[in-house]
Design a protein around this ligand. Sequence first.
Ligand SMILES: Cc1cc2nc3c(=O)[nH]c(=O)nc-3n(C[C@H](O)[C@H](O)[C@H](O)COP(=O)(O)OP(=O)(O)OC[C@H]3O[C@@H](n4cnc5c(N)ncnc54)[C@H](O)[C@@H]3O)c2cc1C
Length: 418
Amino acid sequence: MSAADGKSAPVVVVGAGIVGVCTALYLLREGRRVVLMDRGEPGEGTSFGNGSIITEEAVVPVQTPGILWKVPKMMLDPLGPLALRWQYLPRLAPWLIRFIGASRPQRVEEISIALRALLRGATAAYDPLVKAAGIQDMIKRSGWVSVYETDAGFRGYQPMLELQRRRGVKLEVLSAPELRQLEPALAPIFKHGVFYPDVSYTVDNFRFVQELAAAFVGLGGIIRRETVSGFERADGGVSAVLTDQGRTACEAVVIAAGAWSKTLTAMLDCRPPLDTERGYHLTLPSPGVSPRLPVYSTERGFVCTPLENGLRVAGTVELGGLDKAPDWRRAEVLFENASRWYPGLDRKDETKWMGYRPSMPDSLPVIDRAPHHHNAYLAFGHGHCGLSLAARTGELIAGMIAGRESGIDMAPYRADRF
Ligand SMILES: Cc1cc2nc3c(=O)[nH]c(=O)nc-3n(C[C@H](O)[C@H](O)[C@H](O)COP(=O)(O)OP(=O)(O)OC[C@H]3O[C@@H](n4cnc5c(N)ncnc54)[C@H](O)[C@@H]3O)c2cc1C
């Protein structure tokens, strides 16, 4: 559709993951015409298999102080919680140098402030969307608990707890008996726990995206299954989106293509250092245990979330790019860890998955207008927090397109900040 049809050209959102779908919904709320394009079905990218957690407490970046000394172990232990496929090192090097640079204590402090500014209100930003879709019951406001098997592990995490406290994160430190009372399904192997009340989860993250996408269509949005291959440019902006199916004139374009966004932004002369932190999951449809709330291990880097279709065991980080085959031994490690937590865990009919977190080296997303194109907008790089921050991102991008002030300092999320 174009202006020649008598209607204004639409805003085209590229990528129907959770970020693109929420952005498209917020744009509809602004009264825009919106076309959402994806090469697959909504939610089939990284949003398909995450841990289902919507968190407001994630103010600690991945690259904490001292990460540099962990790099040799990352390269030598392919099954560790944070691993690096050494064959990928030459391509990863520029990202890795920035990642390590972002772990300086002063930078970590600044990054946590920027994360907090986005995360505050992340759940509330979903309210109008889930209401429009009639799926309020898909979000459970249970809180979550992080658990520590050793005193040393808990002691080691104290600086991060202090960082969370400085950012005003609500948390409650639990003794071993208090933890058992909160979550009786856990084996009594933990020395400490920390309960975070401001954490929610969705009972099925994939159905969640699909329901929101269906609401988008119900409200007049258009979804097209097309692979975006380029842009037509005119007068310092983007005049049309080019795909394997043809050309769509646009009023504006939003690139929300997750870990694949870099190829598209390069066509707009914008090259943010986006890479991927690969993660794995197992979904156990009949786990034989009934946890009351999600449980997270910072020591081992994974979460167990009770979904409507089983127990999701998800997490770990593997720096290995977009092309290499999955290392399913990592999924095995997830099962071994989870079965220590929940003795007798049943893996009958389990499914496994690997996905690509879209990650910037400083753990902050890109939420910005493209530096060289006045009507191209960028919404990607949400790393570990894409589900948590999708609605908030959609709200901010829609506000940006409408020319409204965000009320927060947007400089930390700029595409050209490196
Ligand atoms: C194991 C694991 C656990 C996680 N747990 C959590 C969690 O509990 N909470 C949380 O907040 N986050 C979590 N995350 C992170 C979260 O899943 C991601 O940040 C989020 O899904 C990113 O969403 P997105 O919409 O940006 O990308 P995606 O969901 O990947 O969507 C991008 C879309 O763009 C499309 N696309 C790409 N290129 C093109 C093109 N050229 N043309 C057309 N379409 C294109 C793709 O097909 C895809 O559908 C986890 C991630 C992993 C891997």
